[in-house]
Ligand binder design. Sequence first.
Ligand code: V0V
Ligand code: CO
Length: 146
Amino acid sequence: MLTRIDHIGIACFDLDKTVEFYRATYGFEVFHSEVNEEQGVREAMLKINETSDGGASYLQLLEPTRPDSTVAKWLDKNGEGVHHIAFGTADVDADAADIKEKGVRVLYEEPRRGSMGSRITFLHPKDCHGVLTELVTSAPVESPEH
Ligand code: V0V
Ligand code: CO
């Protein structure tokens, strides 16, 4: 079951400048940052609020690390802006399987590694009315990966 907006992914050309905009304009601070080589992104997570399922909602600011990454391709075509939305679930495997049954393309056979040790998969934007949609199961709080 999808129980929260886990994050909104925002593509930017310059992560440091964009982080500074969100800090100076809204007062949001960086909760976590990392490079995800597989996804070709350097990212900053800005925590917005806790959620009733025990999780949280974030903004995920994304800068490409290489010109052939999905985010670099998207920035070339569209410029900066909202790149994807991510729904949180306690069981990404089960929700991805259910959604696939409904005829929506799930992009990964098995969930991959996402921010903060989460497990993530994506749904094709062409099957979701133009919205690249991610499903996320957060790492357990006591995970040694934290
Ligand atoms: C592409 N399209 C999009 C889109 N990206 N539509 C809405 N939102 C997006 N973000 C449209 C594009 O305009 C084309 O439409 C069509 O899909 C095919 O796009 P393309 O440019 O030819 O690109 P593809 O097919 O090579 O790749 C598109 C997909 C790719 C969605 C398959 O971006 C992908 O695999 N995304 C999932 C991984 C990802 O995005 N990683 C970065 C975030 P027309 O022109 O044909 O009409 S990593 C992350 O979020 C992490 C680590 C985390 O949360 O923890
Ligand atoms: Co994301």
